[in-house]
Write a protein that binds this ligand. Structure first.
Ligand SMILES: *Cc1c(COP(=O)(O)O)cnc(C)c1O
Length: 418
């Protein structure tokens, strides 16, 4: 094995002595908690100091099988030893298998693999625009999005997200996205014009504060898109891949989109995204029109297939639904016991949010001190998005830790992990 540690240490000492550089080498674009995890097991993470944390954040709804899942670990290790990457200049049988399985299990006829949620949404919007252009309507390029949405951090996706906080300082807005209030069908109808290609919505807004669209709203959107001959796109990057107790969240509404993005949980922590499309949309992405170097590599496909092996095993999604319902019930009880800290519980399945009375980031920090990892979201919500493999025992443990957190918050104990 190579040992780089000495040379790196020497390099960083020298560069710091010889210059006035004050910035951390790892770019400081995140507010990181002062914890470094060294390993994980199931829903638990262990830090360098030996402390144990119950992981109800799952790397932001991404570590869908938890940590150290033997089936996923073996699949990745075995594939890595064979071949990691070959490019899309060649056949990738694992990616074909994964696409076939996703097609068999969903509305889609065809799948494009990429590496992240933002990249999947970029592909989705490009597919929408190209579908219209190929149909002789290139003027239809605009996409109707929703207030409170989150679609990613690329230049186009910050425009699709439309949140001023993510746009500031990044220059002119990428054109082509219109925003209407979430859940307002009359506003969608009014926003549809001769330049509209389609609508893009998260069936459950994640970052926006765990806000599920109603079944009625999703059905009305589908009908409205059909009425106007425009495309319905769903962003299931966070709510898809089993998180709500169905493989995809829109299944609860009994509707089918024309095109959909997936990512986060799809690789169980291995970076992966996907665009799933009906034939009439997928046809638009002819050879040369779209691509990505790493997408659907043998290694990514091995991870994706291993995740699907678990998620599509008989009874697994029913288990997520049941555990999610149990967690929801326990969280309502918690809200009733601590009305000074928690206002109500929202969400579906294992995508849950506690609307906080006190600052959600304070509750998040206090929970971390108690040994529970959560994720803050919009509207002062604390997200509980555990690995999909949790059962009622882990939910009970999480609620017990939230109870201690609530006591700490109501007592006004100073928070902040040291
Ligand atoms: C996280 C997320 C994205 C962006 O995914 P990245 O992998 O960070 O690019 C897009 N849409 C939704 C709904 C998300 O939750």
């Amino acid at each position: 094995m190579f040992d780089y540690s000495g040379s790196f240490a020497q390099y960083s000492v020298l560069s710091r002595l010889e210059s006035t550089i004050m910035i951390a080498a790892l770019m400081p674009n995140y507010n990181r908690a002062n914890i470094a995890f060294s390993y994980g097991e199931g829903a638990w993470l262990f830090d360098e100091r030996g402390r144990k944390f119950l992981d109800f954040g799952a790397g932001i709804a991404t570590s869908s099988l938890g940590h150290g899942h033997p089936h996923l670990v073996n699949a990745i290790a075995e594939q890595a030893a064979k071949v990691i990457h070959v490019s899309n200049l060649y056949l990738v049988p694992g990616a074909e298998l994964l696409a076939n399985r996703l097609v068999a299990a969903s509305f889609a006829d065809s799948v494009f693999f990429c590496n992240s949620g933002a990249e999947a949404n970029e592909g989705l919007v490009k597919a929408m625009r190209k579908t219209c252009a190929d149909a002789g309507q290139p003027e239809r390029y605009r996409v109707i999005c929703f207030e409170g949405a989150f679609h990613g951090r690329t230049l186009a996706m910050i425009a699709a997200t439309g949140n001023a906080k993510y746009l500031a300082g990044f220059g002119p807005l990428v054109d082509g996205f219109d925003h209407v209030p979430f859940g307002d069908i009359a506003a969608v109808r009014a926003a549809i014009g001769p330049q509209t290609a389609g609508v893009l919505i998260e069936p459950v807004q994640g970052e926006g504060g765990v806000r599920p669209a109603s079944v009625e709203f999703l059905r009305a959107l589908r009908a409205l898109c059909d009425e106007h001959g425009i495309l319905l796109g769903l962003d299931e990057v966070q709510c898809g891949m089993g998180r709500t107790g169905r493989l995809f969240a829109h299944e609860w509404a009994g509707i089918e989109p024309d095109v959909m993005s997936a990512a986060k949980g799809i690789g169980g922590g291995f970076p992966m995204g996907a665009v799933l499309a009906k034939e009439h949309v997928a046809r638009a992405l002819v050879p040369g029109s779209h691509g990505t170097t790493f997408g659907g590599s043998p290694l990514a496909a091995a991870a994706g297939n291993a995740v699907l092996d678990v998620v599509l095993a008989p009874g697994f999604l029913e288990g997520v639904e049941a555990t999610g319902r149990y967690l929801g019930g326990e969280l309502s009880g918690l809200c009733a016991r601590f009305p000074g800290v928690f206002e109500d519980v929202r969400g579906v399945g294992l995508l849950r949010g506690l609307k906080c009375v006190v600052a959600n980031t304070d509750v998040q920090a206090a929970a971390m001190e108690e040994g529970l990892l959560t994720v803050a979201a919009g509207e002062n919500v604390l997200r509980l998005i555990p690995p999909l493999i949790v059962g009622t025992a882990e939910c009970d443990a999480a609620v017990a830790l939230l109870e201690r957190t609530a006591l700490r918050c109501s007592a006004g104990v100073e928070v902040g992990v040291k």
